[in-house]
Ligand binder design. Structure first.
Ligand SMILES: Nc1ncnc2c1ncn2[C@@H]1O[C@H](COP(=O)(O)OP(=O)(O)O)[C@@H](O)[C@H]1O
Ligand SMILES: [Mg+2]
Length: 333
């Protein structure tokens, strides 16, 4: 069978029963990727990573797919295992889409990513890795998860102004989710998203920067922190969802900001050794400084999520985006 018609495996971590909307969303992504591959004339199979990773490895080895679309975001609901999909592909000897395990680990750990950003002279808000050690009055901070995505635990209550408030918040978070949390300086201001896509036609360390988006907080109450919280991401019926709107920086007067954000994106890509695709969240404080708050080396590929929206604004519809994500496959500029 010629390689271009060989089977592609779509690898994903099976959501646990009763999983939240963000985990269930992955099944919609699997279906969308299958449809796109069919449109591209590529046969595909799905491979679920369940309780037994060895069974998943055996299946990959038996299937011998020509490539894997790696959608694994964790294992049994735990994002600390985000690298597992890439590692299983490596162990099975198959090429996979997206980032290699080392980049997923470096960029996916929020505190590790911040340390690496600072090491490379890239801007990121000040932070306190051990929230219990905060004593001074340089508030406000956000209490953020060191590993989870999807705005877990983020929202109005994550904003703390005193060490006592931080301790109270941490008690709540530990009781509900366990896990590790840190404090990051809250950057009041605008929020931007830079989507980066590998471009085999360019130098390996220069990805294509897709159109840069801003999340506009529409009719936002003055006293409410501007945070894209869980509801804004996952609850279409909520006020937060309706009032956070995506716009692309496509006006002529956006050009300098757009260029500065694109440059930051390129520098992060090179500094973290990113491959495939990635999406950054960047805030601009009242002083005009850009600060990187989140590097997502494994962003959602849901057709309605930010990455696909940026690709579409850049002229890549969903099917062409999926073609561009396949490892080692060229795509049109
Ligand atoms: N330091 C910060 N200052 C202001 N807002 C922040 C900061 N960190 C996070 N946020 C808000 O919380 C949202 C989710 O945080 P983020 O770090 O991107 O985590 P996730 O991995 O859950 O997307 C951001 O999109 C932003 O609106
Ligand atoms: Mg984010």
């Amino acid at each position: 069978m010629p390689p271009e018609t060989a089977t592609i495996a779509i690898l994903y971590d099976r959501p646990l029963p009763g999983a939240d909307a963000d985990e269930r969303e992955r099944l919609e992504v699997v279906a969308a990727i299958r449809t796109a591959l069919t449109a591209l004339g590529r046969p595909s199979v799905t491979v679920a990573l369940g309780a037994e990773p060895r069974a998943c490895l055996a299946r990959l080895r038996a299937l011998r797919p020509s490539a894997v679309v790696n959608l694994v975001e964790g294992w049994r609901g735990d994002p600390a295992y985000e690298t597992l999909g890439a590692l299983l592909c490596r162990a099975a000897g198959v090429r996979h889409s997206g980032n290699p395990a080392h980049a997923l680990a470096l960029a996916g750990g929020k505190v590790e990513a911040k340390i690496h950003l600072r090491r490379r002279g890239l801007p990121t808000p000040a932070w306190i890795a051990d929230p219990g050690s905060w004593q001074t009055d340089d508030a406000p901070y956000l209490v953020k998860s060191a590993v989870a995505h999807g705005s877990l635990g983020l929202g109005r209550h994550a904003l703390v102004r005193t060490p006592a408030e931080a301790r109270a918040r941490l008690r709540t978070l530990h009781a509900r989710w366990g896990s590790v949390w840190f404090l990051e300086r809250y950057v009041e201001g605008r929020e931007f998203h830079v989507a980066l896509l590998t471009d085999p036609a360019r130098r390996p360390r220069a990805p294509r920067v897709l159109p840069v988006a801003e999340t506009v907080f529409a009719d936002w109450p003055e006293d409410e922190p501007r945070i894209v919280d869980y509801r804004a991401k996952w609850r279409p019926a909520s006020r937060a969802y309706r009032q956070t709107r995506r716009r692309f920086l496509d006006r002529p007067d956006d050009a300098p900001l757009r260029a500065a954000l694109a440059r930051l994106g390129q520098r992060v890509w090179a500094a973290f050794g990113l491959e495939g695709y990635a999406r950054l969240d960047i805030r601009q404080g009242r002083d005009g400084r850009l600060e990187i708050i989140d590097i997502n080396p494994n962003p959602s590929l849901h057709p309605e999520a930010g990455f696909a929206a940026a690709a579409s604004a850049g002229g890549l519809d969903y099917t062409r985006l999926v073609a561009a994500l396949l490892p080692g496959e060229a795509h049109e500029p």
